[in-house]
Each structure stands twice: as structure tokens, then as C-alpha cells.
Design a protein around this ligand. Structure first.
Ligand code: PBG
Length: 336
């Protein structure tokens, strides 16, 4: 790269500002382009009817009852957003140490998926596979004597992926970071005849400080004992992310994800360059809160920073972005 650029001409023959002078010219030389087709909208659901509950640490984001979730999915479809991702706030009474509510075919998530799939077509539904919304410990896996068990957790995740697929979810998105779960889920889905069911792996997911508002939204913050460092990745690591992604591709992941987003764009670029598979990033709750918090105080302009940050994911190599700003972004892109 360095040599290529150094032989390319010099000021005053070369003036970089020439191409930037007019809008048409800036459009012509643009290297990447954000489109509505790049967006996945994460939505929180709760029990009840015709109710929405604001998530305090995520201004502008509400948890929705199933009927309003169906309306939201319609709205997303009408805006051209390709997919929504669904996350449940489970009744604390239903949370147990074995997280069995995760594979109850009539749990909130499955009811919401069925309702949306019955009422709305032309949009994909992505569904998390992880035990934290259902686990009285708040962990993504089953905990015994303070240890997050791997293989026992994978057994529960398999059952969860099956009920969610049977409810109509198009994409299973394991976010738990247990070892070997992609291969195990792929095999279980295939054995059941669900060869078409897609898997988007949260392949390189870091033990991040940016998830707190999400944990408020699904009501797992109070429950969580300790941290997730024995299964989520150390933010210091980058080569390790490539191993994680490589394993998940070998095990059958159709799409891979890096999470969080903005602080990990270097990982996105490495993953895309190394594997060239459909690559996604999650602009997580804390990133959303950070931007919205500043915008609500008048320190930043939401429309600008939303599109700029989403554009940076494209530049880093993402094929798509999970963002709580998906609806706002879709409207802005439409108005352009
Ligand atoms: C849980 C899960 C988390 C997120 C998505 N799935 C939180 C966590 O790992 O603690 C985070 C999303 C966000 O912060 O927006 N398996």
C-alpha cells in the first residue's frame, strides 16, 4: 500500500480537493455506500398487550408487547429493512438456574415470532440463542458452583434453537460464546430437517462494558452475578477473533458477527480480509446510549452521527449492521 501511494503524484499536479469540490463528484468517488439493505433492527419484547415501556438507559427505545412488536415488524418491512432481531424480557418468575424457559415452545420469544410471521411477510427474523434472558444467574450458559458449564449449556442452546426455528425464526444467532455450539446447533437443525435454517454466529464477541443498557432492557442486569470473562473474549485480543470466526465457519455458520461495533472495527476489517464471508457488526446498546445521550444534550447531531457511524461499519468491511437506529437510518436514507 505504502509504495503504491508514494508513486502516485505530488502537489501541485495532484490536488485532492478537486474531486471533493462538487456534490456529484463526491458521489462519484465514494468508495462505500450505506443502504437500507445493510440494516438489522434489534427489538425488545415484553409480556402484556398494547403497551410499550421505555428503556431508560436507551432514550428512544421501547420494549414492546407482542401486538406492538408485530406493528413494528410491519413498519420495518415497509421501510425495506431486511431483518429484525428479537430479544425478550422474561418474567422473573420464569427464570431458573437451568434456564428451561429458553426452550419452552410457548415462551414470549416464540409467541412473538409466530405472531410476526403470521402477520408479516418479506422480512427476516433473527433470534438470539443464549440463556441469559431465562437464567436466574443472568449468564449465557448454565452455572454450577460458580462455573459456566460449556457442554451442558450447548445442550440447552440446541433445544432453544429448535423451538425458535419451529416458531418461524429464519436465523438463529448464537450469542453465548460457548465452544462448539455452532456445529452442534447446525447438526441438530439438520437432523430435524431444517437445512434451510440460517445461522448468524456472534463469533467474535467481547466481554465488553458496552452491554449494560441491553441488560437493563431484558431485565438481566440485577440477576447477573460476576462477569462474562470466562466465555466472552478479552478486548486485548485480535488474532484470537480470527480463530473464533474460523471455527464457526467450519462448524457451519452462514454469517459471522463482531460485537461490539465501533471499538472493534479493526476486528471487522481483519475478519473480512481473512475469510470474505458475510460479516456483520452489532452497534450495541452502550454505543447507542453514548450517541443518544450526547445528542439529547445537544452536543452531537443524531442524524449525522448515526449515518456516519453506520457508514464506518461499511468502510471497515461489514455487509450489515445491527443497530437500534435502524428505523431512523432507513428513514434518513429514504429521504436522501
Ligand atoms: C446476550 C446478548 C447480549 C447482547 C446481545 N445478546 C448481552 C451480553 O452478552 O451480556 C448485547 C446487545 C447490546 O448490548 O445491545 N447473550
Amino acid at each position: 500500500m505504502a509504495t503504491r501511494f508514494s508513486t502516485l503524484g505530488r502537489y501541485p499536479n495532484t490536488r485532492m480537493r478537486r474531486n471533493r469540490r462538487e456534490d456529484w463528484s463526491r458521489r462519484l468517488v465514494a468508495e462505500t455506500k450505506l443502504s437500507v439493505d445493510d440494516l438489522i433492527w434489534p427489538v425488545f419484547v415484553q409480556e402484556g398487550r398494547n403497551e410499550r415501556t421505555p428503556v431508560v438507559s436507551m432514550p428512544g427505545v421501547d420494549r414492546l408487547t407482542v401486538d406492538l412488536f408485530v406493528e413494528a415488524v410491519k413498519e420495518a418491512r415497509d421501510l425495506g429493512i431486511p431483518a429484525v432481531a428479537i430479544f425478550p424480557e422474561t418474567d422473573p418468575e420464569a427464570k431458573t438456574p437451568d434456564a428451561r424457559e429458553a426452550y419452552n415452545p410457548d415462551n414470549l420469544v416464540c409467541r412473538a415470532i409466530r405472531a410476526a410471521k403470521t402477520a408479516v411477510s418479506g422480512i427476516g427474523i433473527v433470534c438470539d440463542v443464549a440463556l441469559d434472558p431465562f437464567n436466574s444467574d443472568g449468564h449465557d450458559g448454565i452455572v454450577r458452583d460458580g462455573i459456566i458449564l460449556n457442554d451442558e449449556s450447548v445442550e440447552a442452546l440446541i433445544k432453544q434453537a429448535i423451538v425458535q426455528t419451529e416458531a418461524g425464526a429464519d436465523v438463529q444467532a448464537p450469542s453465548d460464546m460457548m465452544d462448539g455450539r455452532i456445529g452442534a446447533i447446525r447438526k441438530a437443525l439438520d437432523d430435524k430437517g431444517y437445512q434451510h435454517a440460517q445461522i448468524m454466529s456472534y463469533a467474535a464477541k467481547y466481554a465488553s462494558g458496552f452491554y449494560n443498557p441491553f441488560r437493563d432492557a431484558i431485565g438481566s442486569s440485577g440477576a447477573l452475578k460476576g462477569d462474562k470473562k470466562t466465555y466472552q473474549m478479552d478486548p486485548a485480543n485480535s488474532d484470537e477473533a480470527l480463530r473464533e470466526v474460523g471455527f464457526d465457519i467450519e462448524e457451519g455458520a452462514d454469517m459471522v458477527m463482531v460485537k461490539p461495533g465501533l471499538p472493534y472495527l479493526d476486528i471487522v476489517r481483519r475478519v473480512k480480509d481473512a475469510f470474505g464471508v458475510p460479516t456483520y457488526a452489532y452497534q450495541v446498546s452502550g454505543e447507542y446510549a453514548m450517541l443518544r445521550g450526547a445528542c439529547d444534550r445537544g452536543w452531537l447531531d443524531w442524524n449525522k452521527v448515526l449515518l456516519e457511524t453506520l457508514g464506518s461499519f461499511k468502510r471497515a468491511g461489514c455487509d450489515g449492521i445491527l443497530t437500534y437506529g435502524a428505523v431512523d437510518a432507513a428513514r434518513l436514507l429514504k429521504a436522501k
